[in-house]
Ligand binder design. Structure first.
Ligand code: FAD
Length: 591
């Protein structure tokens, strides 16, 4: 045992100058282990724990809550309990030699600074193969990588973007929800005028709003970087391509690196579908472009009335754009039961400058700084400033060298998998938007976790019955399980009950009375088969119904579970009471 003392210091803060110590997690005399969190730091972007680099006894704590610290500032003095005190595998690199303190500090700073320094620390190139290579750091990929590391595997995660989080965190779920929050604030202020609260017309500082939205994204993605480090998941930033059955080549900013692996998980996600007949124009955007606008467009055409198109329509109508929406199907959110689609249309249409259902876009031309859209069957072009193409997403399965793994995507470009997320190639798994099923972050995460467990040797398989989905419009739409139409197609004996939010006290008190809670039960077994909700923040209610379906709940289980009053959630048992004929909040049941 060595009695060498060492000062543990603040590592690289990833470009942040100074951060506040919000918690000190150790005290003098504590025996700590490598990776134990020492202090928690918080910047305006993220909170992060600083882990110990070695085992030992705390001799002196040199910071306190409320201090502001920079990279290299001392945190504490540690009496090392072992001669070899570097966290990451020194056997392969340091050959067991004890490094000088300054070398260790340098190593730690490099490790924190990024993948280039770490490259020298984990011998994945050439010789040793890592247990698991994860290609793609979206919600599916990072979840799988973290779970696999927690289960003891040595993991390398390759991601092309500068930050983890994939589409969802960087340019999808999170930034849209931040802008939708802003839109909702404007909408609610407008609604408040009807009850005597006049705030006047909103003044939108779009640059500030965009900056705030980006800060939300940064907090999350920086946090993921910290979580990867704490688990010793090595992240390589660069584009990966398989160059052999068990080897991936990564093009990084500083060159090329090869990673040998025993098993691999494909999590490369998806990208927006482009309409081939549309020209290249800076005014024709995909969802990523529509999130990055510097100015609120005066006139915006949205092509596609699915979830993404509707969320952007909500954002930009409330921010003041004149929004036109064109959809080929006869209703918004094709696939949703028509009664809910009608309610949604009724709520959204008044805000739109134009809604064209059962209409296809024939052409979109750029003419002197604006765009002209021609719809089939119309003789006058529609003049707009920007157009957003939101007609779906396609899997990123091209140019990955999959043929070298013995894999071929199906006709839609998806990789087929079994219930354990295994592809047809040995030791290769795939998850998320790259595989069949709804393109949703929570589905990708569930698949990632499952795949990691299977890869780590656990007994696990996909046995979820349902995956809930939400359109975060105002009001929201959420659905889970079978729709009424699907249940009828399957010939199931169903009974549908719709509880109108007009009879919900909370909804009336919150100007949200247009809501509907629709539950679909099996007539004979009385089990809940599906649900569709329309109303304020129903995205937060649908999880309960997913649980009810997973737990095989009958109408009585829902009706008899006491929900707090007054809440929107009460409408779930109330709809079940309608099925049970025990409802007292509406007219007496007829049968
Ligand atoms: P992705 O998130 O697409 O991540 C894949 C990653 O792999 C990417 O970061 C990519 O850079 C990387 N990659 C690809 N190829 C390579 C390569 N060769 N080398 C290295 N890296 C590579 N879902 C929801 O559930 N809720 C929502 O509210 C929601 N809102 C959305 C809003 C928008 C505007 C969009 C576009 C999507 C939204 N989604 C939402 C869908 C959600 O973002 C996706 O379903 C989810 O991100 C899929 O996760 P994934 O891990 O499969 O792939």
């Amino acid at each position: 045992m060595s009695s060498k003392q060492r000062t543990l210091k603040v590592p690289s803060l990833g470009g942040i100058d100074e951060v506040e110590v919000i918690e000190v997690l150790v005290s003098k005399g504590d025996h700590i282990h490598q990776e134990d969190p020492l202090i928690t730091l918080e910047s305006d972007k993220a909170a992060m724990d600083i882990p110990a680099e070695a085992d030992g006894e705390v001799a002196e704590v040199l910071v306190k809550t409320g201090d502001w610290v920079r990279e290299g500032d001392p945190i504490l003095k540690l009496i090392l309990s072992a001669a070899k005190d570097i966290g990451d595998p020194p056997q392969e690199e340091g050959k067991g030699e004890e490094l000088k303190e300054e070398d260790q500090d340098h190593k730690k700073a490099e490790a924190s600074a990024g993948s280039k320094a770490e490259t020298q620390r984990v011998p994945v190139s050439g010789g040793d193969a890592v247990d698991l290579l994860v290609l793609g750091g979206g919600p599916g990929g990072y979840t799988a990588a973290f779970r696999a590391a927690d289960l003891g595997l040595k993991v390398v995660l390759v991601e092309e973007r500068p930050k983890l989080g994939g589409v969802c965190l960087n340019v999808g779920c999170i930034p849209t929800k931040a802008l939708l929050h802003a839109a909702r604030s404007i909408d609610q202020a407008a609604q408040a005028a009807k009850i005597g609260l006049n705030f006047g017309a909103p003044e939108v500082d779009f640059a500030q709003l965009q900056e705030w939205k980006q800060s939300v994204v940064s907090r999350l993605v920086e946090g993921l970087g910290g979580l990867a480090k704490q688990r010793k998941v090595r992240v390589i930033q660069g584009r990966g391509r398989f160059v052999g059955e068990r080897e991936l080549e990564v093009k990084t900013q500083s060159g090329t690196e090869r990673v040998a692996f025993k098993k691999a998980l494909l999590a490369t996600g998806s990208r927006p579908v482009r309409l081939p007949h549309l020209p290249q124009s800076e005014h024709i955007l995909d969802s990523t472009g529509a999130l990055a606008l510097k100015e609120i467009p005066r006139r915006l055409l949205i092509i596609g009335g699915g979830v993404i198109g509707l969320e952007f329509s909500n954002i930009y109508t409330d921010l003041g754009s004149k929004v036109y929406l064109v959809e080929m199907a006869e209703q918004l959110l094709p696939g949703l039961d028509p009664d809910l689609a009608r309610s949604l249309k009724k709520a959204l249409k008044p805000k739109l400058e134009g809604l064209y259902l059962k209409t296809s876009l024939e052409s979109l031309q750029e003419t002197s700084g604006h765009l002209e859209a021609m719809f089939k069957g119309q003789d006058q072009p529609l003049e707009i400033d920007k157009a957003l193409v939101a007609v779906g997403r396609k899997p990123n399965s091209g140019d990955l060298g999959l043929e070298l793994l013995g894999l071929k995507p199906n006709d839609q470009g998806l990789i087929e998998v079994d219930r354990q997320m295994r592809t047809e190639a040995a030791d290769i798994w795939a998850i998320g938007d790259l595989v069949p099923g709804p393109q949703l972050a929570h589905k990708a995460m569930a698949e990632g976790k499952l795949a990691a467990e299977v890869i780590a040797g656990k007994q696990a398989a996909w046995d979820h019955r349902v995956i809930p989905a939400v359109a975060y419009t105002e009001p929201e739409v959420a659905w889970v399980g079978l729709s009424e139409a699907q249940a009828k197609e399957q010939g199931l004996p169903i009974e549908t009950q719709v509880f109108p939010w007009k009879a919900c006290g909370r909804a009336l008190a919150e100007q949200a009375e247009e809501g509907l809670t629709k539950l679909i039960f099996h007539q004979e077994t009385k089990r809940l088969l599906g649900a569709a909700l329309f109303g304020r923040q129903v995205g937060d209610l649908i999880g309960e119904l997913a649980l009810a379906i997973e737990m095989d709940c009958q109408a009585g289980d829902l009706a008899l579970s006491i929900h707090p009053h007054p809440t929107f959630a009460e409408t779930l048992p109330l709809a079940a009471e309608m099925f049970e004929r025990s409802i007292t909040d509406l007219m007496p049941p007829k049968d």
